[in-house]
Write a protein that binds this ligand. Structure first.
Ligand code: SF4
Length: 222
């Protein structure tokens, strides 16, 4: 069986939005509110550039997997700095798109350790990561529902080290559970990852050399 091309799935949603016409309620955000889970500023740089004209995006920074409070804070501050820069450029007419909101979740590493228990020695890309995806996307789906978002999504599919098929499978399952549409993606397609590297250099973003959890730090240091 051929693997699903999630970039093409996203193309279909974007084409549908273009043809959606004037919203009945008069609220221009109607049908376009996207709750976007972000793992870090570098990965979000391309995704925000790509989607901020089509959607009204709320970036949701929820990453209880990160190895220490200091590292968590550093990544969160870089995320906020990037959003401020993009919003500033939009206000100045230097960038097209809709203003981007930011919501920070709780840093609750105990939830991550609970999810990862028994899978500590898994290599990156294995079952521990699938549990980590589920933890972060589940929180995103719940918060998206509370916020009245039309879609939820994650920046994680931009990484060549992440399993886009699994992320989309989990997203679809949670969509059925929480009643918010999942926005399919495979952001690494169309040179998304390469573009995120360029944008990270342009904005001087901190680019960590490990995924996030202490186990990935351990493996990176080996
Ligand atoms: S390697 Fe990354 S995705 Fe996998 S469990 Fe660690 S933080 Fe989560």
């Amino acid at each position: 069986m051929n693997a699903v091309n999630y970039q093409k799935e996203l193309d279909k949603v974007l084409a549908g939005l273009e043809g959606a016409g004037v919203p009945v309620s008069g609220d221009e955000r109607e049908g376009r509110r996207l709750f976007l889970h972000s793992c870090c500023a570098p990965c979000s740089s391309y995704v925000l550039e790509y989607l901020c004209s089509a959607f009204y995006i709320t970036v949701f920074y929820y990453n209880p997997n990160i190895s220490s409070a200091a590292e968590y804070r550093k990544r969160a501050e870089e995320q906020k700095r990037l959003i401020l820069a993009y919003n500033g450029e939009m206000a100045a007419g230097e960038r097209e798109g809709n203003p981007i909101d930011f919501v920070e979740g709780a840093y609750e590493p105990d939830r991550f350790y609970e999810a990862a228990r028994g899978y500590e020695s898994c290599p990156e890309g294995g079952e521990r990561c699938f549990r980590c995806y589920d933890l972060r996307l589940r929180e995103t789906a719940g918060r998206a529902r509370e916020a009245g978002a039309d879609f939820f999504c994650t920046t994680l599919t931009i990484s060549p080290l992440k399993n886009a098929g699994k992320l989309n499978e989990i997203g679809r399952m949670l969509s059925a559970e929480y009643g918010v549409a999942w926005l399919p993606s495979d952001f690494k397609k169309r040179n998304g990852y390469q573009r995120s590297v360029e944008l990270s250099a342009r904005y001087g973003l901190y680019r960590q050399n490990y995924c996030g959890c202490g186990y990935s730090l351990r493996d990176a240091e080996k």
